[in-house]
Design a protein around this ligand. Structure first.
Ligand code: MV4
Length: 527
Protein backbone atom coordinates (compact mmCIF):
# COMPACT_ATOMS: atom_id res chain seq x y z
CA UNK A 1 0.00 0.00 0.00
CA UNK A 2 1.17 3.55 -0.76
CA UNK A 3 2.42 5.07 2.50
CA UNK A 4 2.50 8.74 1.58
CA UNK A 5 0.41 10.66 -0.93
CA UNK A 6 0.75 14.19 -2.28
CA UNK A 7 -2.53 15.89 -3.12
CA UNK A 8 -2.03 18.16 -6.14
CA UNK A 9 -5.21 20.15 -5.71
CA UNK A 10 -7.02 22.56 -3.39
CA UNK A 11 -10.36 23.21 -1.74
CA UNK A 12 -12.96 20.58 -0.97
CA UNK A 13 -11.48 17.89 -3.21
CA UNK A 14 -8.04 18.18 -1.60
CA UNK A 15 -9.73 17.74 1.77
CA UNK A 16 -11.70 14.75 0.41
CA UNK A 17 -8.49 13.07 -0.79
CA UNK A 18 -6.75 13.78 2.54
CA UNK A 19 -9.67 12.38 4.56
CA UNK A 20 -9.49 9.02 2.78
CA UNK A 21 -5.73 8.91 3.46
CA UNK A 22 -6.28 9.56 7.17
CA UNK A 23 -8.76 6.70 7.42
CA UNK A 24 -6.27 4.36 5.72
CA UNK A 25 -3.20 5.42 7.70
CA UNK A 26 -1.57 7.05 4.68
CA UNK A 27 0.53 10.20 5.30
CA UNK A 28 -0.48 13.30 3.38
CA UNK A 29 1.35 16.16 1.70
CA UNK A 30 -0.61 19.22 0.57
CA UNK A 31 0.75 21.71 -1.92
CA UNK A 32 -0.79 25.14 -1.79
CA UNK A 33 -0.62 28.60 -3.29
CA UNK A 34 -0.05 31.84 -1.39
CA UNK A 35 -3.78 32.52 -1.74
CA UNK A 36 -4.65 29.26 0.05
CA UNK A 37 -2.47 29.66 3.16
CA UNK A 38 -5.60 29.71 5.37
CA UNK A 39 -7.48 26.93 3.60
CA UNK A 40 -8.74 23.97 5.62
CA UNK A 41 -6.98 21.38 3.46
CA UNK A 42 -3.64 22.99 4.30
CA UNK A 43 -4.29 22.50 8.02
CA UNK A 44 -5.60 18.97 7.66
CA UNK A 45 -2.62 17.62 5.71
CA UNK A 46 0.30 16.17 7.68
CA UNK A 47 2.70 18.36 5.70
CA UNK A 48 2.02 21.40 3.55
CA UNK A 49 4.32 22.98 1.01
CA UNK A 50 3.79 26.38 -0.53
CA UNK A 51 4.47 26.16 -4.25
CA UNK A 52 3.81 29.64 -5.60
CA UNK A 53 1.52 32.65 -6.01
CA UNK A 54 -2.27 32.53 -6.30
CA UNK A 55 -2.71 32.17 -10.06
CA UNK A 56 -2.93 28.44 -10.90
CA UNK A 57 -0.40 28.77 -13.73
CA UNK A 58 2.17 29.68 -11.06
CA UNK A 59 1.14 27.06 -8.49
CA UNK A 60 -1.33 24.19 -9.04
CA UNK A 61 -0.30 23.80 -12.68
CA UNK A 62 3.47 23.83 -12.01
CA UNK A 63 4.19 20.22 -12.93
CA UNK A 64 7.93 20.17 -12.26
CA UNK A 65 7.55 21.93 -8.92
CA UNK A 66 4.88 19.50 -7.74
CA UNK A 67 6.96 16.48 -8.77
CA UNK A 68 9.96 17.96 -6.98
CA UNK A 69 7.93 18.42 -3.79
CA UNK A 70 6.76 14.81 -4.05
CA UNK A 71 10.38 13.66 -4.31
CA UNK A 72 11.54 15.91 -1.45
CA UNK A 73 8.78 14.80 0.90
CA UNK A 74 8.99 11.13 -0.12
CA UNK A 75 5.43 10.95 -1.45
CA UNK A 76 4.95 7.74 -3.45
CA UNK A 77 1.73 8.76 -5.17
CA UNK A 78 -0.01 11.91 -6.39
CA UNK A 79 -3.76 12.41 -6.26
CA UNK A 80 -4.66 15.07 -8.85
CA UNK A 81 -8.28 15.70 -7.79
CA UNK A 82 -10.28 17.22 -10.66
CA UNK A 83 -9.32 20.08 -12.97
CA UNK A 84 -5.70 21.35 -12.87
CA UNK A 85 -3.48 18.31 -13.73
CA UNK A 86 -6.09 15.55 -13.51
CA UNK A 87 -6.30 14.85 -17.25
CA UNK A 88 -2.91 16.01 -18.40
CA UNK A 89 -1.08 13.19 -20.23
CA UNK A 90 2.23 15.06 -19.97
CA UNK A 91 1.94 15.20 -16.19
CA UNK A 92 1.13 11.48 -16.01
CA UNK A 93 4.28 10.81 -18.07
CA UNK A 94 6.35 13.02 -15.76
CA UNK A 95 5.06 11.07 -12.74
CA UNK A 96 5.94 7.78 -14.46
CA UNK A 97 9.46 9.03 -15.20
CA UNK A 98 9.91 10.20 -11.61
CA UNK A 99 8.78 6.82 -10.30
CA UNK A 100 5.71 8.35 -8.66
CA UNK A 101 2.33 6.64 -8.95
CA UNK A 102 -0.21 8.93 -10.64
CA UNK A 103 -3.51 8.06 -8.95
CA UNK A 104 -5.67 7.81 -12.04
CA UNK A 105 -5.65 6.17 -15.47
CA UNK A 106 -2.38 5.61 -17.33
CA UNK A 107 -1.07 7.78 -20.18
CA UNK A 108 -2.41 5.51 -22.94
CA UNK A 109 -5.99 5.60 -21.67
CA UNK A 110 -5.75 9.36 -21.04
CA UNK A 111 -4.59 9.92 -24.61
CA UNK A 112 -7.18 7.65 -26.19
CA UNK A 113 -10.06 9.19 -24.23
CA UNK A 114 -8.77 12.77 -24.49
CA UNK A 115 -9.15 12.56 -28.27
CA UNK A 116 -12.96 12.67 -28.37
CA UNK A 117 -13.18 11.86 -32.06
CA UNK A 118 -10.67 9.02 -31.77
CA UNK A 119 -12.65 7.63 -28.84
CA UNK A 120 -15.82 7.84 -30.96
CA UNK A 121 -14.15 5.79 -33.68
CA UNK A 122 -12.86 3.13 -31.26
CA UNK A 123 -16.25 2.82 -29.56
CA UNK A 124 -18.20 2.64 -32.82
CA UNK A 125 -15.87 -0.15 -34.02
CA UNK A 126 -16.56 -2.11 -30.84
CA UNK A 127 -20.32 -1.75 -31.19
CA UNK A 128 -20.87 0.84 -28.46
CA UNK A 129 -23.91 3.03 -29.31
CA UNK A 130 -22.74 6.53 -30.28
CA UNK A 131 -24.76 9.55 -31.41
CA UNK A 132 -25.25 9.51 -35.21
CA UNK A 133 -22.74 11.72 -37.03
CA UNK A 134 -19.20 11.97 -38.29
CA UNK A 135 -16.24 9.76 -37.46
CA UNK A 136 -13.78 12.24 -38.94
CA UNK A 137 -13.05 15.93 -38.46
CA UNK A 138 -14.73 18.46 -40.78
CA UNK A 139 -12.58 18.78 -43.93
CA UNK A 140 -14.40 21.33 -46.08
CA UNK A 141 -17.79 22.92 -46.66
CA UNK A 142 -19.07 20.21 -48.99
CA UNK A 143 -18.12 17.42 -46.60
CA UNK A 144 -19.69 19.25 -43.66
CA UNK A 145 -22.98 19.81 -45.51
CA UNK A 146 -23.15 16.15 -46.44
CA UNK A 147 -22.53 14.88 -42.88
CA UNK A 148 -25.11 17.30 -41.44
CA UNK A 149 -27.70 16.35 -44.05
CA UNK A 150 -27.19 12.65 -43.31
CA UNK A 151 -27.46 13.15 -39.54
CA UNK A 152 -30.40 15.56 -39.99
CA UNK A 153 -30.74 18.99 -38.38
CA UNK A 154 -30.30 20.16 -35.69
CA UNK A 155 -26.65 19.17 -35.42
CA UNK A 156 -23.96 20.00 -32.86
CA UNK A 157 -20.40 20.92 -33.81
CA UNK A 158 -17.90 19.64 -31.24
CA UNK A 159 -14.14 20.06 -30.80
CA UNK A 160 -12.16 16.84 -31.30
CA UNK A 161 -9.58 17.85 -28.71
CA UNK A 162 -11.72 18.24 -25.62
CA UNK A 163 -15.11 17.70 -24.03
CA UNK A 164 -17.18 19.13 -21.23
CA UNK A 165 -19.22 21.31 -23.57
CA UNK A 166 -16.48 23.88 -24.19
CA UNK A 167 -16.67 25.32 -27.71
CA UNK A 168 -19.71 23.26 -28.78
CA UNK A 169 -22.10 24.93 -31.25
CA UNK A 170 -25.68 23.89 -31.88
CA UNK A 171 -26.78 24.49 -35.43
CA UNK A 172 -30.41 24.34 -36.59
CA UNK A 173 -30.11 24.80 -40.35
CA UNK A 174 -27.81 24.64 -43.36
CA UNK A 175 -27.48 28.46 -43.28
CA UNK A 176 -25.97 28.36 -39.79
CA UNK A 177 -23.56 25.50 -40.44
CA UNK A 178 -20.46 27.24 -41.79
CA UNK A 179 -20.66 29.98 -39.14
CA UNK A 180 -20.98 27.35 -36.41
CA UNK A 181 -17.98 25.44 -37.76
CA UNK A 182 -15.76 28.52 -37.98
CA UNK A 183 -16.74 29.58 -34.47
CA UNK A 184 -16.19 26.08 -33.06
CA UNK A 185 -12.81 25.81 -34.77
CA UNK A 186 -11.71 29.13 -33.31
CA UNK A 187 -12.85 28.15 -29.81
CA UNK A 188 -11.28 24.69 -30.13
CA UNK A 189 -7.95 26.13 -31.21
CA UNK A 190 -7.81 28.45 -28.22
CA UNK A 191 -9.15 26.01 -25.61
CA UNK A 192 -7.47 22.77 -26.70
CA UNK A 193 -4.81 24.03 -29.15
CA UNK A 194 -6.37 21.72 -31.75
CA UNK A 195 -8.78 23.31 -34.25
CA UNK A 196 -10.41 20.09 -35.51
CA UNK A 197 -14.16 19.85 -35.04
CA UNK A 198 -16.74 17.21 -35.96
CA UNK A 199 -20.49 17.04 -36.46
CA UNK A 200 -23.09 15.02 -34.56
CA UNK A 201 -26.85 14.92 -34.59
CA UNK A 202 -28.07 17.18 -31.79
CA UNK A 203 -30.29 15.35 -29.31
CA UNK A 204 -32.90 17.81 -27.99
CA UNK A 205 -33.53 18.10 -24.25
CA UNK A 206 -31.69 14.92 -23.35
CA UNK A 207 -30.91 13.66 -19.88
CA UNK A 208 -27.24 13.70 -19.00
CA UNK A 209 -26.59 10.39 -17.26
CA UNK A 210 -23.19 9.04 -16.32
CA UNK A 211 -21.90 5.72 -14.98
CA UNK A 212 -19.23 5.57 -12.27
CA UNK A 213 -16.68 2.89 -12.99
CA UNK A 214 -13.80 1.39 -11.01
CA UNK A 215 -11.07 -0.67 -12.63
CA UNK A 216 -7.96 -2.29 -11.13
CA UNK A 217 -4.59 -3.24 -12.60
CA UNK A 218 -5.65 -6.91 -12.66
CA UNK A 219 -8.30 -6.21 -15.32
CA UNK A 220 -11.35 -6.21 -13.04
CA UNK A 221 -13.85 -3.48 -13.83
CA UNK A 222 -17.19 -2.73 -12.16
CA UNK A 223 -19.87 -0.04 -12.40
CA UNK A 224 -21.32 1.71 -9.34
CA UNK A 225 -24.65 2.73 -10.81
CA UNK A 226 -25.40 6.05 -12.43
CA UNK A 227 -25.73 9.73 -11.64
CA UNK A 228 -28.12 12.06 -13.40
CA UNK A 229 -26.52 15.47 -14.01
CA UNK A 230 -29.08 17.15 -16.25
CA UNK A 231 -29.52 20.23 -14.06
CA UNK A 232 -26.79 22.48 -15.33
CA UNK A 233 -26.25 26.01 -16.55
CA UNK A 234 -23.80 26.75 -19.35
CA UNK A 235 -22.21 23.30 -18.92
CA UNK A 236 -21.73 23.88 -15.19
CA UNK A 237 -23.54 21.15 -13.32
CA UNK A 238 -25.52 22.43 -10.36
CA UNK A 239 -27.46 19.39 -9.12
CA UNK A 240 -26.60 15.70 -9.43
CA UNK A 241 -28.46 12.69 -8.12
CA UNK A 242 -28.47 8.92 -7.99
CA UNK A 243 -30.42 6.95 -9.08
CA UNK A 244 -31.47 8.81 -12.19
CA UNK A 245 -35.27 9.21 -11.97
CA UNK A 246 -35.59 7.27 -15.27
CA UNK A 247 -34.23 4.17 -13.59
CA UNK A 248 -37.46 3.96 -11.57
CA UNK A 249 -39.36 3.77 -14.88
CA UNK A 250 -37.03 1.36 -16.70
CA UNK A 251 -35.28 -0.97 -14.23
CA UNK A 252 -33.26 -2.71 -16.96
CA UNK A 253 -31.58 0.53 -18.06
CA UNK A 254 -28.95 0.63 -15.31
CA UNK A 255 -27.54 -2.76 -16.19
CA UNK A 256 -27.50 -2.03 -19.92
CA UNK A 257 -25.81 1.33 -19.44
CA UNK A 258 -23.47 -0.05 -16.78
CA UNK A 259 -22.32 -2.96 -18.91
CA UNK A 260 -21.79 -0.59 -21.83
CA UNK A 261 -19.62 1.63 -19.60
CA UNK A 262 -17.53 -1.35 -18.47
CA UNK A 263 -17.04 -2.33 -22.10
CA UNK A 264 -15.89 1.23 -22.88
CA UNK A 265 -13.42 1.10 -19.98
CA UNK A 266 -12.00 -2.22 -21.20
CA UNK A 267 -11.59 -0.90 -24.77
CA UNK A 268 -9.61 2.06 -23.39
CA UNK A 269 -7.46 -0.11 -21.10
CA UNK A 270 -8.81 1.98 -18.24
CA UNK A 271 -7.67 1.70 -14.65
CA UNK A 272 -8.70 3.54 -11.47
CA UNK A 273 -11.93 5.56 -11.08
CA UNK A 274 -13.65 7.07 -14.09
CA UNK A 275 -16.97 8.17 -15.46
CA UNK A 276 -18.66 7.19 -18.69
CA UNK A 277 -21.05 9.91 -19.93
CA UNK A 278 -24.23 9.16 -21.85
CA UNK A 279 -27.12 11.09 -23.32
CA UNK A 280 -30.57 9.59 -22.76
CA UNK A 281 -33.68 10.53 -24.72
CA UNK A 282 -37.03 10.16 -22.92
CA UNK A 283 -38.87 10.15 -26.24
CA UNK A 284 -36.69 7.49 -27.89
CA UNK A 285 -36.00 5.66 -24.58
CA UNK A 286 -32.48 5.17 -25.86
CA UNK A 287 -28.94 6.16 -24.82
CA UNK A 288 -25.67 7.01 -26.55
CA UNK A 289 -22.07 7.10 -25.37
CA UNK A 290 -20.62 10.62 -25.25
CA UNK A 291 -17.21 10.59 -23.59
CA UNK A 292 -15.21 9.33 -20.64
CA UNK A 293 -14.10 11.67 -17.88
CA UNK A 294 -10.81 10.14 -16.83
CA UNK A 295 -10.76 11.53 -13.30
CA UNK A 296 -12.53 11.56 -9.96
CA UNK A 297 -15.51 13.86 -10.46
CA UNK A 298 -17.00 16.61 -8.31
CA UNK A 299 -20.23 14.62 -7.94
CA UNK A 300 -18.67 11.28 -6.89
CA UNK A 301 -20.12 11.49 -3.33
CA UNK A 302 -23.64 10.98 -4.73
CA UNK A 303 -22.55 7.47 -5.72
CA UNK A 304 -20.79 6.94 -2.37
CA UNK A 305 -24.03 7.69 -0.53
CA UNK A 306 -26.15 5.15 -2.43
CA UNK A 307 -23.53 2.38 -2.69
CA UNK A 308 -21.73 2.83 0.64
CA UNK A 309 -18.41 2.58 -1.21
CA UNK A 310 -15.57 5.03 -0.57
CA UNK A 311 -14.44 5.70 -4.14
CA UNK A 312 -11.26 7.53 -3.10
CA UNK A 313 -10.13 4.61 -0.93
CA UNK A 314 -10.64 2.30 -3.91
CA UNK A 315 -8.49 4.70 -5.96
CA UNK A 316 -5.66 4.32 -3.43
CA UNK A 317 -5.98 0.53 -3.36
CA UNK A 318 -5.93 0.29 -7.15
CA UNK A 319 -2.98 2.70 -7.40
CA UNK A 320 -1.14 0.52 -4.87
CA UNK A 321 -1.60 -2.49 -7.14
CA UNK A 322 -4.29 -4.16 -5.03
CA UNK A 323 -7.41 -5.62 -6.62
CA UNK A 324 -10.80 -3.94 -6.15
CA UNK A 325 -12.51 -4.72 -2.83
CA UNK A 326 -15.83 -5.41 -4.57
CA UNK A 327 -17.19 -7.56 -7.37
CA UNK A 328 -20.12 -6.44 -9.49
CA UNK A 329 -22.54 -8.63 -7.55
CA UNK A 330 -21.54 -6.84 -4.31
CA UNK A 331 -22.78 -3.49 -5.63
CA UNK A 332 -26.24 -2.51 -4.47
CA UNK A 333 -27.86 0.88 -4.90
CA UNK A 334 -29.97 1.75 -1.90
CA UNK A 335 -32.07 4.84 -1.33
CA UNK A 336 -31.56 8.10 -3.15
CA UNK A 337 -28.87 10.80 -2.96
CA UNK A 338 -28.81 14.38 -4.21
CA UNK A 339 -25.96 16.86 -4.41
CA UNK A 340 -26.37 20.63 -4.61
CA UNK A 341 -23.22 22.50 -5.57
CA UNK A 342 -23.06 25.61 -3.40
CA UNK A 343 -21.12 27.96 -5.65
CA UNK A 344 -19.94 31.35 -4.46
CA UNK A 345 -21.83 33.10 -7.23
CA UNK A 346 -24.63 35.65 -7.44
CA UNK A 347 -27.62 33.87 -9.02
CA UNK A 348 -29.36 37.24 -9.54
CA UNK A 349 -26.42 38.69 -11.45
CA UNK A 350 -25.72 36.13 -14.16
CA UNK A 351 -23.95 33.83 -11.64
CA UNK A 352 -20.88 36.08 -11.46
CA UNK A 353 -18.31 34.80 -8.94
CA UNK A 354 -18.66 36.30 -5.47
CA UNK A 355 -15.43 36.51 -3.50
CA UNK A 356 -14.47 37.87 -0.10
CA UNK A 357 -14.73 37.26 3.63
CA UNK A 358 -17.23 34.75 4.94
CA UNK A 359 -18.58 36.68 7.89
CA UNK A 360 -20.95 34.02 9.15
CA UNK A 361 -21.20 30.30 8.46
CA UNK A 362 -23.59 27.74 9.96
CA UNK A 363 -23.55 24.27 8.40
CA UNK A 364 -26.63 22.04 8.27
CA UNK A 365 -26.64 18.65 10.00
CA UNK A 366 -28.93 15.91 11.21
CA UNK A 367 -30.04 12.70 9.48
CA UNK A 368 -28.93 12.01 5.93
CA UNK A 369 -26.68 15.04 5.46
CA UNK A 370 -23.13 15.17 4.06
CA UNK A 371 -21.20 18.39 3.62
CA UNK A 372 -17.95 18.36 1.62
CA UNK A 373 -16.42 21.79 1.92
CA UNK A 374 -13.41 23.62 3.22
CA UNK A 375 -14.73 27.08 4.00
CA UNK A 376 -15.53 28.50 7.45
CA UNK A 377 -16.44 31.75 9.19
CA UNK A 378 -13.44 34.05 8.88
CA UNK A 379 -12.21 32.44 5.67
CA UNK A 380 -11.74 34.65 2.63
CA UNK A 381 -12.56 33.12 -0.74
CA UNK A 382 -9.66 33.91 -3.07
CA UNK A 383 -10.34 35.22 -6.59
CA UNK A 384 -8.13 32.81 -8.54
CA UNK A 385 -10.08 29.56 -8.70
CA UNK A 386 -13.45 28.05 -9.61
CA UNK A 387 -16.43 29.14 -7.56
CA UNK A 388 -17.39 25.81 -5.94
CA UNK A 389 -17.43 26.62 -2.22
CA UNK A 390 -19.07 23.58 -0.66
CA UNK A 391 -21.11 20.55 -1.73
CA UNK A 392 -24.29 19.75 0.17
CA UNK A 393 -25.55 16.20 -0.17
CA UNK A 394 -28.55 14.43 1.24
CA UNK A 395 -29.54 10.78 1.35
CA UNK A 396 -33.07 9.50 1.77
CA UNK A 397 -34.84 6.15 1.69
CA UNK A 398 -36.52 7.42 -1.47
CA UNK A 399 -36.21 10.45 -3.76
CA UNK A 400 -38.89 12.45 -1.96
CA UNK A 401 -37.14 12.05 1.36
CA UNK A 402 -33.81 13.13 -0.19
CA UNK A 403 -35.52 16.23 -1.65
CA UNK A 404 -37.28 17.09 1.62
CA UNK A 405 -33.98 16.74 3.47
CA UNK A 406 -32.23 18.94 0.92
CA UNK A 407 -34.90 21.61 1.28
CA UNK A 408 -34.56 21.46 5.05
CA UNK A 409 -30.73 21.49 4.94
CA UNK A 410 -30.68 24.46 2.55
CA UNK A 411 -32.91 26.33 5.01
CA UNK A 412 -30.46 25.54 7.83
CA UNK A 413 -27.43 26.62 5.81
CA UNK A 414 -26.26 30.16 6.66
CA UNK A 415 -23.44 31.63 4.58
CA UNK A 416 -23.03 35.39 4.93
CA UNK A 417 -20.57 37.90 3.50
CA UNK A 418 -20.71 36.44 -0.01
CA UNK A 419 -23.47 35.55 -2.47
CA UNK A 420 -24.16 31.85 -3.04
CA UNK A 421 -26.50 29.79 -5.19
CA UNK A 422 -28.39 28.48 -2.13
CA UNK A 423 -31.56 30.44 -3.10
CA UNK A 424 -31.47 28.83 -6.57
CA UNK A 425 -31.39 25.36 -5.00
CA UNK A 426 -34.26 26.22 -2.64
CA UNK A 427 -36.40 27.11 -5.65
CA UNK A 428 -35.36 23.91 -7.46
CA UNK A 429 -36.30 21.66 -4.54
CA UNK A 430 -39.83 23.10 -4.64
CA UNK A 431 -40.27 22.95 -8.43
CA UNK A 432 -43.08 20.58 -9.46
CA UNK A 433 -41.28 19.24 -12.52
CA UNK A 434 -38.09 18.67 -10.54
CA UNK A 435 -40.07 16.82 -7.89
CA UNK A 436 -41.67 14.76 -10.68
CA UNK A 437 -38.17 13.84 -11.92
CA UNK A 438 -38.77 15.27 -15.40
CA UNK A 439 -35.22 16.46 -15.90
CA UNK A 440 -33.33 17.53 -19.01
CA UNK A 441 -30.40 19.78 -19.93
CA UNK A 442 -32.57 22.87 -20.70
CA UNK A 443 -34.51 22.61 -17.42
CA UNK A 444 -33.39 25.87 -15.75
CA UNK A 445 -34.30 28.05 -18.72
CA UNK A 446 -37.50 26.24 -19.70
CA UNK A 447 -38.87 26.35 -16.15
CA UNK A 448 -37.84 30.02 -15.59
CA UNK A 449 -36.20 28.99 -12.34
CA UNK A 450 -34.32 32.29 -12.01
CA UNK A 451 -37.63 34.20 -11.79
CA UNK A 452 -38.31 32.32 -8.58
CA UNK A 453 -34.89 33.10 -7.12
CA UNK A 454 -35.66 36.82 -6.59
CA UNK A 455 -38.76 35.92 -4.58
CA UNK A 456 -36.72 33.39 -2.60
CA UNK A 457 -34.07 36.01 -1.78
CA UNK A 458 -36.74 38.37 -0.40
CA UNK A 459 -38.14 35.51 1.72
CA UNK A 460 -34.65 34.73 3.03
CA UNK A 461 -34.09 38.40 3.92
CA UNK A 462 -37.36 38.54 5.86
CA UNK A 463 -36.45 35.33 7.69
CA UNK A 464 -32.98 36.62 8.56
CA UNK A 465 -34.44 39.85 9.97
CA UNK A 466 -36.85 37.91 12.15
CA UNK A 467 -34.00 35.70 13.41
CA UNK A 468 -31.32 38.35 13.76
CA UNK A 469 -31.10 38.10 17.54
CA UNK A 470 -30.94 34.31 17.56
CA UNK A 471 -28.34 34.13 14.78
CA UNK A 472 -26.10 36.65 16.55
CA UNK A 473 -26.04 34.33 19.56
CA UNK A 474 -25.47 30.96 17.89
CA UNK A 475 -23.19 32.01 15.06
CA UNK A 476 -19.47 32.68 15.36
CA UNK A 477 -19.46 36.01 13.55
CA UNK A 478 -16.10 36.56 11.93
CA UNK A 479 -16.74 40.27 11.66
CA UNK A 480 -17.01 40.40 15.41
CA UNK A 481 -14.06 38.10 15.93
CA UNK A 482 -11.55 40.81 15.20
CA UNK A 483 -10.96 39.34 11.78
CA UNK A 484 -12.59 42.30 10.10
CA UNK A 485 -13.15 44.48 13.16
CA UNK A 486 -16.53 45.33 14.64
CA UNK A 487 -18.25 45.34 18.00
CA UNK A 488 -18.38 42.29 20.22
CA UNK A 489 -21.73 41.92 21.96
CA UNK A 490 -22.30 39.03 24.37
CA UNK A 491 -20.10 36.55 26.25
CA UNK A 492 -20.86 33.59 24.02
CA UNK A 493 -19.90 35.52 20.90
CA UNK A 494 -16.69 36.67 22.58
CA UNK A 495 -15.76 33.08 23.40
CA UNK A 496 -16.48 31.83 19.89
CA UNK A 497 -14.70 34.80 18.37
CA UNK A 498 -11.63 34.06 20.46
CA UNK A 499 -11.71 30.42 19.34
CA UNK A 500 -11.84 31.42 15.68
CA UNK A 501 -9.16 34.05 16.05
CA UNK A 502 -6.91 31.51 17.77
CA UNK A 503 -7.66 28.93 15.05
CA UNK A 504 -6.72 31.40 12.35
CA UNK A 505 -3.62 32.62 14.18
CA UNK A 506 -2.46 29.12 15.11
CA UNK A 507 -1.30 28.64 11.53
CA UNK A 508 2.29 27.58 12.12
CA UNK A 509 5.23 29.42 10.63
CA UNK A 510 6.64 27.25 7.92
CA UNK A 511 10.38 26.64 7.78
CA UNK A 512 12.10 27.62 4.55
CA UNK A 513 13.97 24.87 2.66
CA UNK A 514 16.71 25.21 0.09
CA UNK A 515 14.44 25.06 -2.95
CA UNK A 516 12.84 28.37 -2.17
CA UNK A 517 9.46 26.94 -1.09
CA UNK A 518 8.57 26.24 2.48
CA UNK A 519 7.84 22.98 4.22
CA UNK A 520 6.02 22.63 7.50
CA UNK A 521 6.16 19.90 10.04
CA UNK A 522 3.05 18.09 11.20
CA UNK A 523 0.32 20.58 12.00
CA UNK A 524 -0.94 19.58 15.43
CA UNK A 525 -3.03 22.59 16.30
CA UNK A 526 -5.44 22.32 13.42
CA UNK A 527 -8.39 20.71 15.18
C1 MV4 B 1 -24.54 16.59 -26.98
C2 MV4 B 1 -25.83 17.03 -26.67
C3 MV4 B 1 -26.84 16.77 -27.55
N1 MV4 B 1 -26.58 16.10 -28.69
N2 MV4 B 1 -24.34 15.92 -28.13
C4 MV4 B 1 -22.27 18.69 -23.37
C5 MV4 B 1 -21.17 18.17 -22.49
C6 MV4 B 1 -20.44 17.17 -23.32
N3 MV4 B 1 -19.91 16.11 -22.55
C7 MV4 B 1 -21.46 16.73 -24.32
N4 MV4 B 1 -22.56 17.63 -24.25
C8 MV4 B 1 -23.66 17.46 -25.01
N5 MV4 B 1 -23.50 16.79 -26.17
C9 MV4 B 1 -25.34 15.70 -28.94
N6 MV4 B 1 -25.10 15.03 -30.07
C10 MV4 B 1 -26.02 17.69 -25.45
C11 MV4 B 1 -24.93 17.91 -24.63
C12 MV4 B 1 -25.20 18.59 -23.44
C13 MV4 B 1 -25.58 19.93 -23.48
C14 MV4 B 1 -25.65 20.63 -24.66
C15 MV4 B 1 -26.06 21.95 -24.68
C16 MV4 B 1 -26.39 22.57 -23.49
C17 MV4 B 1 -26.29 21.89 -22.30
C18 MV4 B 1 -25.89 20.56 -22.29
C19 MV4 B 1 -25.80 19.86 -21.09
C20 MV4 B 1 -25.41 18.56 -21.07
C21 MV4 B 1 -25.11 17.93 -22.27
Amino acid sequence: MLKKILVANRGEIALRAIRACKEMGISTVAVYSEADANAKFVYYADEAVKIGPGPAAQSYLKMDKIIEVAKQTGAEGIHPGYGFLAQNAKFVTMCDEAGIEFIGPKVKAQELLGDKLGARRSMKKAGIPIVPGALDAVQDEKDAMQVADEAGYPVIVKPAGGGGGIGMQVCRSKDELMDAITKAQRLAASAFSRPEVYIEKYIERPRHIEIQILADKQGNCIYLGERECSIQRRHQKLIEESPSPVMYLDPSLRQRMGETAVKVAKIAGYENAGTCEFLYSDTLKDFWFLEVNSRLQVEHPVTELVTGIDIVKEQYKVASGLPLTYRQEDIKVSGHAIECRINAEDPMNNFVPSIGLISNYIEPGGPGIRVDGGIYAGYTIPPFYDSLAVKLLTWGRDRNEAIARMSRALDEFVIEGIQTVIPFHKVMMKDEEFIAGHLHTEFIGDRHILDGVKIQLDKDDAWRKSKENVLAKIAPKATEAGVAGGPVTDKKTVALAAAIASYIQSKPQRQPVTSGWTVSGRVKSAR
